[in-house]
Design a protein around this ligand. Structure first.
Ligand SMILES: NC(=O)c1ccc[n+]([C@@H]2O[C@H](COP(=O)([O-])OP(=O)(O)OC[C@H]3O[C@@H](n4cnc5c(N)ncnc54)[C@H](O)[C@@H]3O)[C@@H](O)[C@H]2O)c1
Length: 334
């Protein structure tokens, strides 16, 4: 199958591309290789992908509509997985405009190009951050999600609306995936596990926000890419009665929103304890108030994912942290 993946040099895009390539799919990767974090890490991921002969790559910014359209017309993907975005809640407070460019204009270009080339299933990254200040947990796809706390989350919520409207007008099958804190080997240097591991090893203090009083649903990277793999052939569609199947969250369009998370509440302090245990070293701590834009809690309900794919992520954070630290030590210390 021909699959186009945006953000292929990014953390999730790299793992997903590698999985599809190893299964023999033709993958076309797109990435701007921007310097939001260490470009060397992105280059190393890309070099691994380039070893596969069924991989093609172009370095472009998805805001460049013209170049993007040329690639879509030439490659004619059957499935598109759109992961390129300016990620990160905290950076969105300092640089909000970057998010509008990549996440709003860029995503619009991807939706439009997918429509023009008749893509059979467009899968796009949303985020658990769209649940914002919601109090009721676990978060369910049908819950109201109107209180985004950062411009990052707001752009992801806007993506969901944009995608729904295109799905409605042009009948494009679209799945929006709400990822819950993804971590693992080759992970992002701006995220907690990476930062904590690095700083503990370097005997530096780690910043613990909201004095540690928060919990996250941490999802291991292999579980995320497995979930996406199972979804590619499961585009939302009409049933025999001419209605959208009840797994579609739209009554009028082949469109759905899906949580993909581990369904476990992990308290930040337990997460840190596990890192200390594996590193065999105590973390020096700097307790801080809640960061602006941050949510205090996330927890996914993934019944819908299970119903559609028969699959639920299940790697425990203890196993996942160990795998990350093994990779980190090998990558940076050997
Ligand atoms: N990692 C998580 O915990 C998490 C959680 C929720 C949602 N998400 C979403 O999942 C997707 C992938 O996240 P990730 O963790 O792999 O992030 P990442 O930053 O590692 O990957 C994104 C990639 O997109 C590229 N990119 C950014 N803007 C671009 C543009 N305008 N044109 C072309 N390429 C561009 C970057 O260079 C990067 O390689 C993102 O949409 C992110 O918002 C991630």
């Amino acid at each position: 199958m021909k699959i186009l993946i945006t953000g292929s040099s990014g953390f999730i895009g790299f793992h997903l591309s590698k999985l599809f390539l190893s299964k023999g799919h033709k993958v076309y990767g797109i990435d701007s290789m921007n310097s939001y974090y260490d470009v060397k890490l992105k280059r190393k991921r890309l070099n691994i992908l380039k070893k596969y002969e069924n991989f093609s790559f172009t370095k472009i910014n998805i805001e460049n509509e013209k170049k993007l359209n040329i690639i879509f017309k030439k490659f004619r993907p059957k499935v598109v997985v759109h992961l390129a975005a300016q990620a990160g809640v905290r950076y969105s407070i300092r640089k909000p405009r970057v998010y509008l460019g990549s996440n709003i204009n860029g995503s619009f270009n991807i939706i439009e190009a997918s429509h023009k080339t008749n893509v059979k299933h467009l899968i796009m990254a949303s985020s658990s951050s769209v649940y914002g200040a919601n109090k009721k947990i676990p978060f369910k796809e049908t819950d109201k999600a109107e209180t985004q706390l950062s411009i990052y989350a707001a752009t992801k919520k806007a993506n969901e609306s944009m995608a729904h409207s295109y799905s409605n007008i042009w009948n494009i099958p679209i799945t929006m995936l709400r990822f819950f804190t993804v971590y693992g080997p080759w992970g992002r240097p701006d995220m907690a596990l990476f930062k904590f591991t690095k700083r503990v090893l370097e005997n530096k203090k780690i910043d613990i926000y909201n004095y540690g009083k928060m919990h996250r649903d941490f999802t291991y990277i292999d579980d995320i890419v497995k979930g996406i793999q199972l979804l590619i052939n499961k585009a939302p569609k009409l049933n025999q009665n001419g209605k959208y199947r009840n797994d579609s969250l739209s009554p009028v369009a082949p469109f759905r929103i899906l949580n993909i998370g581990n369904t476990k509440k992990v308290y930040l302090l337990n997460f840190i304890k596990q890192i200390e245990l594996i590193l065999g070293k105590k973390a020096l701590r700097n307790y801080m108030p809640l960061q602006q834009g941050d949510v205090k809690q996330t927890l996914s309900d993934t019944k819908l994912l299970k119903e559609i794919t028969g699959y639920n992520p299940r790697t425990s954070y203890k196993t996942g942290i160990k795998k990350f630290i093994d990779w980190y030590k090998k990558y940076y210390y050997s």
